[in-house]
Design a protein around this ligand. Structure first.
Ligand SMILES: [Zn+2]
Length: 408
């Protein structure tokens, strides 16, 4: 069982391949993600870990009986549409490989250790990122979550039922949270920070504030040939102007990011003037005020553009999370145990960022040679992945070597 993180990833390299987009499309409770959950359960079984799903569809594999002050590691197995092989699965595979390494070192944990797989971290199917950890911590109202709908009109409640879960029981899980003494997530870096620092592994300091907003423009559906240019209320036009506004406004706020990665004209026919158009804004910045400022300015520009075209605009906030600073005490301990590893911030959101509001949380990043992520070109060299496993095993070994009230 010494296959390492890259060996484990090789075992799932065909699951959820996306022939149209390239890369992988693995979304919460879909066929590919269910296959990956099955893979994870088998891998955990093989290691004698006790696997159970919580009420919110997150999977937990326990080394030792579940109990308070456990050291928890893990990540997610779902992807963005057409995503890379490392975002999420590297953290899960590294956690399993770290367990192997600790066993090879004859390590006996003195407190419970768990590997967790969070459900629908990317929000690629139901639109809300970190859905499993948000449900676990009560960061989303259960009845609102149950009604979330995927692109085919299936609700989260229906998808969870199909996966053998009871959607009536989703929501904050105090018992599961009480088990967590601390959470350490390993993740491929989504940026070139470690390349510039010439280091294979680093520790995360903070995450930008970030959220998602859906802007729907309502116009008048009509015929592309029979409708004179002067007689149109085409919602795609203000949507397009909003894309340009997002770029301009994102550039004007220092350190901010504003992205439109998804734009959907409805009904979406080549010879059809759309009746409505949905556009999703992903906005991030260092703090709440800067993020809100970006969103307010983009929304104002969208409103003006809609009015010019005689369209209506509806804006819905689909998710929001303030900036996260990871626990300094835990990071200090990890830094001392790992020696000379750099610490760096990230613009990407993670389950660790959601859990940070509840328990001490830390993240380890593994170098990404191009910095590309959320795309098929995402990569980490095998040697760096194994350096990540060794670092994670060292951290987990240290944190599970005491029986005190807290793991560090
Ligand atoms: Zn991720």
């Amino acid at each position: 069982m010494a296959e390492g993180a890259t060996g484990l990833l090789a075992g799932i390299e065909r699951v959820g391949m996306d022939r149209r987009r390239g890369g992988f499309s693995r979304h919460g409770f879909d066929y590919a993600e269910m296959e990956l959950r099955e893979w994870f359960s088998e891998q955990a079984d093989r290691r004698g870990l006790d696997v159970r799903a919580d009420r919110n569809g997150n999977l937990w594999a326990w080394w030792g009986p579940p109990g308070p002050n456990a050291v928890v590691t893990g990540s997610h197995l779902d992807s963005v549409p057409g995503g890379g092989a490392f975002d999420g699965p590297l953290g899960v595979a590294s956690a399993l490989a770290a367990v192997d390494l600790l066993r090879a070192r004859d390590h006996v944990p003195r407190r419970p250790l768990a590997v967790v797989v969070f459900a629908e971290e990317e929000g690629g199917r139901f639109g809300v990122p970190c859905l499993g950890s948000r449900l676990l911590t009560g960061g989303i109202v259960p009845k609102d979550a149950a009604r979330l709908m995927d692109g085919n009109g299936m609700t989260l409640a229906e998808a969870m039922s199909g996966a053998g879960l009871d959607p009536q029981r989703i929501g904050r899980d105090g018992e599961a949270l009480r088990h967590i003494g601390c959470f350490v997530e390993l993740h491929v870096e989504q940026g070139r920070g470690l390349v510039e620092l010439d280091a294979p592994v680093g520790l995360a300091t903070s995450i930008l504030a970030h959220g998602r907003w859906r802007l729907t423009f309502f116009g008048e559906g009509n015929h592309a040939g029979a409708t004179p240019m002067s007689d149109r209320r085409d919602p795609v036009v203000p949507a397009a102007r909003t894309v340009l506004a997002a770029r301009r406004i994102g550039e004007s706020v220092p350190g901010a990011r504003a992205t439109v990665g998804r734009l959907s004209p409805n009904p979406g026919g080549t010879n059809v003037i759309s009746s409505s158009a949905d556009l999703w804004l992903d906005a991030r910045a260092a703090d709440d005020a800067a993020t809100r400022a970006v969103v307010e300015q983009v929304t104002a520009a969208a409103k003006d553009a809609a009015a010019d075209e005689g369209c209506e605009l509806l804006v819905v906030e689909e998710s929001y999370g303030g900036p996260v600073t990871f626990d300094e005490g835990l990071r200090g301990t990890l830094s001392a145990v790992l020696g000379d590893v750099p610490a760096l911030p990230t613009g990407a959101g993670h389950d660790a960022g959601i859990l940070a509001a509840e328990v001490p949380t830390a993240m380890l990043f593994v170098r990404n040679p191009t910095g590309i992520s959320h795309a098929p070109a995402e990569h980490a060299e095998p040697a760096d992945c194994e350096a990540g496993v060794r670092a994670l095993a060292t951290v987990l070994g240290h944190l599970t070597s005491t029986t005190g009230r807290t793991p560090w």
